[in-house]
Design a protein around this ligand. Structure first.
Ligand SMILES: Cc1cc2nc3c(=O)[nH]c(=O)nc-3n(C[C@H](O)[C@H](O)[C@H](O)COP(=O)(O)OP(=O)(O)OC[C@H]3O[C@@H](n4cnc5c(N)ncnc54)[C@H](O)[C@@H]3O)c2cc1C
Length: 390
């Protein structure tokens, strides 16, 4: 087991650090306030060849591994963007890229992937429904056969990046659940245009992650063309899980970078702020210990995520490690941003301190893209062999 980075990996990280630093804290503070998509940042990421890092060279990517991608995201997130950087990689190279490179049909794959990699096209992913929530198998959106294609009806909620996306990966039922049928059967994935007759959306007012709009989406008889089916008709469940597990890796990487940034901001502040004595508040163990604890926790999540990514690259099972890493990272970073704010006292509450944005944004990842309770359910059932309690 070798934890050292190769020279190539060091170079990639350096490139990502440069892009991350160029679009630093003030850039993110401005677009967060304006609730604008980080177009300039994402263009720079794509121009530096980082978006397509883990996508195949035959599709215009760099053909590097998932571990390389994880390193890139950590460095970019630590530059100022925080956990939103993980989400950007989630919606574009994962939902738009991995889904197509692994399961897309040749025509759409050739049309989409170069544009996703160059940043000319953005994607989003529509899985969650108001009445199904974490119980994905209860989704009701239904794509009924219509000639050579389908007609989609239904509703989704919390779909992120819709206003700035051209393509949407939609998960729908293509067979109604019948008695005796496995609940995992009858699900399919489609890649459709966001601008299409019958597809409407409205923006949800929310606590954080303001640069990426989250929306309710309505499908009213939306036509789906045959070439837009992604993967196997009626058999999309396991293919969907394949896409979702890679989503965990990029989420965790974004969180790890956020945790490092939050701790750095707190340490810089504490080492310069003098109160009560001629020594900085950073010398008080009451402030040091919680930050030191958070540091150890974030580094643990980081190592776990490296193992998951490395397993993925070697074609080994990685689902459990990906879930453990995401669980620990979301909790650790939630604490780290909270402790960072506490360390700064009143200044932590000021937007200029930046930590309030990191704190707001990272809170999301304790219940999305999968909630910590559902990860614990997974661990209890799949890793520990306990009976399913729900
Ligand atoms: C800002 C934001 C962005 C998002 N972006 C997207 C996106 O782009 N695409 C997309 O498809 N979805 C997206 N989501 C949806 C997200 O994945 C869901 O919110 C998440 O999966 C949880 O589902 P829910 O909100 O319906 O909670 P629910 O499923 O209603 O759960 C509520 C609570 O009950 C707990 N719970 C539920 N079942 C169990 C159980 N069996 N055992 C123990 N506890 C349980 C949950 O852990 C949670 O704490 C986003 C959500 C948010 C808030």
């Amino acid at each position: 087991m070798d934890f050292s980075l190769s020279d190539d990996q060091k170079m990639i990280v350096e490139t990502a650090q440069k892009v991350g630093a160029h679009y630093g804290l003030d850039y993110w503070r401005t677009i967060d306030k304006a609730e604008e998509f980080p177009h300039e940042f994402w263009r720079a990421v794509c121009d530096a060849g980082l978006c397509g890092a883990a996508l195949p060279e035959t599709d215009g990517g760099s053909g590097l591994g998932m571990l390389d991608l994880v390193l890139i995201i950590e460095a970019l997130a630590a530059g100022g963007g925080g956990s939103t950087v993980g989400q950007l990689f989630m919606i574009n190279p994962i939902f738009g890229g991995v889904s197509m490179s692994r399961f897309g049909q040749p025509g759409l794959r050739a049309e989409m992937l170069p544009k996703i990699i160059s940043g000319e096209m953005n994607a989003c992913m529509a899985l969650t429904e108001p009445d199904a929530g974490s119980n994905t198998l209860e989704i009701r959106s239904f794509a009924a056969a219509d000639g050579d294609g389908w007609r989609l009806r239904g509703q989704k909620i919390w779909i992120t990046g819709v206003p700035d996306a051209q393509k949407m990966l939609v998960v729908a039922r293509t067979r109604k659940l019948e008695p005796g049928m496995r609940r995992t059967a009858g699900l399919s994935m489609f890649m459709i245009d966001v601008e299409r007759e019958g597809l409407t959306w409205s923006r949800i007012d929310k606590l954080g992650t303001h640069t990426l709009a989250s929306c309710t989406v309505f499908f009213d008889d939306v036509r789906i063309e045959p070439g837009e089916l992604v993967g196997t008709l009626d058999g999309g469940w396991t293919e969907l899980l394949d896409v979702l597990n890679t989503e965990r890796l990029v989420t965790t990487a974004g969180l790890v970078g956020t945790g490092q940034l939050a701790i750095k901001l707190a340490v810089d502040y504490a080492n310069n702020r003098k109160i009560f004595a001629d020594r900085p508040i950073g010398s008080y163990q009451g402030l040091q210990f919680p930050l030191a604890q958070c540091h150890a926790e974030i580094e643990s999540a980081r190592v776990l995520n490296y193992k998951a990514a490395s397993n993925y690259d070697q074609g080994l099972p990685y689902g459990s490690e990906a879930n453990w890493g995401k669980l620990l990272a979301a909790q650790a970073v939630s604490r780290a941003t909270e402790r960072s704010m506490q360390t700064m006292g009143g200044m932590g509450f000021a937007r200029d301190s930046h930590v309030e944005r990191l704190w707001r944004d990272c809170r999301l990842f304790r219940f999305a893209p999968v909630s910590e309770e559902m990860v614990l359910n997974y661990i209890a059932v799949h890793d520990l062999g306990m009976p399913r309690g729900y």
